[in-house]
Design a protein around this ligand. Structure first.
Ligand SMILES: Cc1cc2nc3c(=O)[nH]c(=O)nc-3n(C[C@H](O)[C@H](O)[C@H](O)COP(=O)(O)OP(=O)(O)OC[C@H]3O[C@@H](n4cnc5c(N)ncnc54)[C@H](O)[C@@H]3O)c2cc1C
Length: 405
């Protein structure tokens, strides 16, 4: 807990959302936007500064390059929402117009096996309406002369609705409008969940300040702490905090064109950040679960892994200067890297919205909308998100998504 706890105004709510960052606030906002939902909503957030959550540490990019059509469609809705945010938010003139800086993601393959994966992914992406192109090493060099492509077999890029967007503005407006429309946000922590005698229904949540709040339904939007909340109803979910490092650097000789978000075969990624600066990210080769409060930097990884990979791929980046760096956490779904959502199989009013790994920001519009539909109708009305339900984990049936960063 960051500050003083706040007491809720009521002792009973139709929906209690645990965690008020991007997923909690998207769900809250979409509930308020649905004329068929008239319930009372409480968002319980343990740290209203939001400084420790994944949303605050994100790289804020969106891509259409996934290997499953459903993930492509989720990003297509996100792109539409971002580009039409004012209309989507009821024409509110205070909401700024946003755009996507579509420099694209460039996946680089240095083996025939990964080139085949990119080719197969492109078929899925194209058939779902994404504009992915495959480029030979020569074509990459012709378009982006700054790359060293000596070891590259194939690249895959899409420059439509793929790149950088302003996730924090979307988060701010969802939160602000949700509150204005009556959603109550309190700084407090859910520390226990009580079920009925049969264990089939959540009756209430207990706050760290002692209040017991009855709820019709509850949503787990606790990000890297999702497993702790699931454990409150005795359920294990394969979601753990995994550390991801980010660096912003300036180049002595900046590139004279936008740098796509380049996914190097080494696993390091680097992209345009504007004003002669670039953002890169990566993680240690040994990648254990960590404490969600552990934000310590691994300084060796920059020297040993990140900078050598960048300078090899883009020789012009031989002379660069780190300007800032931070560690954040993926809520890593160790089962299949995809969202875990929908109702608990035995406790139907406990709703998951977890495990977004490295792509939760861009999925937040579709996942918040879908969860609001589930809370209102007990079914999805737009995109069918049932493939992401928790049942698949119990059944041992992963959604194989081969485009994971
Ligand atoms: C370095 C990095 C780069 C990323 N880059 C991208 C990207 O480019 N594009 C993209 O789409 N995604 C990206 N992501 C992923 C994305 O940021 C996350 O998937 C997304 O922000 C998850 O949002 P969330 O609301 O689920 O979780 P969080 O933002 O972590 O929010 C969870 C909230 O729950 C609260 N909470 C937890 N437990 C409790 C409790 N018991 N009671 C009350 N409150 C509680 C926490 O305080 C927190 O505010 C990145 C993530 C990282 C770390």
């Amino acid at each position: 807990m960051a500050g003083q706890t706040q007491a809720p105004a009521y002792s009973s709510y139709d929906v209690v959302i645990v965690g008020g960052a991007i997923m909690g606030s998207s769900t809250a906002w979409f509930l308020t936007d649905n004329p068929d939902f008239n319930g009372r909503v409480l968002v319980v957030e343990r740290d209203m500064t939001y400084e420790a959550c994944s949303t605050a540490h994100t790289n804020s990019c969106i891509r259409q390059q996934y290997s499953t059509a459903l993930n492509v469609r989720i990003s297509q809705f996100a792109a539409d929402f971002i580009k039409n945010i004012r209309e989507r938010m009821g024409g509110d003139e205070r909401v700024p117009h946003l755009s996507i800086r579509s420099f694209g993601y460039l996946y680089l393959a240095d083996t025939d096996a990964f080139a085949d994966v990119l080719r197969a992914n492109q078929v899925v992406q194209r058939s779902a309406g994404a504009a992915t192109e495959l480029l030979s090493a020569e074509e990459i060099k012709a378009r982006y002369p700054f790359y060293n492509v000596e070891d590259i077999v194939l690249g895959s890029i899409n420059t439509v609705d793929e790149g950088l967007w302003d996730g924090s503005t979307v988060f701010d407006w969802w939160r602000r409008e949700a509150r204005e429309r009556g959603v109550e946000y309190i700084e407090n922590e859910v520390v226990a969940i009580t079920r009925n005698a049969q264990g089939t229904h959540v009756e209430s949540v207990t706050l760290t300040s002692g209040e017991v709040i009855s709820c019709g339904q509850m949503v787990n939007c606790a990000g890297p702490r999702a497993s702790q909340v699931a454990a409150m109803v005795g359920t294990d979910i394969p979601v753990e905090p995994r550390k991801r490092f980010t660096w912003i650097f300036s180049a002595e000789q900046p590139l004279d064109q936008d740098l796509p978000l380049t996914i190097d075969p080494s696993g390091v990624h680097v992209r345009e950040n504007g004003g002669g600066t670039y953002l890169c990210g990566g993680h240690a080769d040994i990648d254990p679960a960590v404490d969600p409060d552990d934000f310590s930097m691994d300084f060796a990884i920059w020297e040993d892994k990140i900078w050598p990979a960048i300078a090899t791929r883009i020789p012009q980046f031989e002379a660069i200067k780190v300007q800032s760096e931070w560690a954040g956490h993926y809520s890593m779904n160790t089962f299949d890297h995809n969202a875990i959502m929908g109702p608990h199989p035995e406790i139907s009013n406990f709703i998951f919205l977890n495990g977004f790994s490295g792509h939760g920001l861009q999925q937040s519009p579709a996942m918040g909308r879908g969860t609001a539909e589930w809370l209102t109708y007990g079914a999805y009305r737009t995109l069918d998100l049932t493939p992401f339900h928790f049942d698949r984990i119990r059944a041992g049936q992963p959604i194989v998504e081969r485009a994971v960063i």
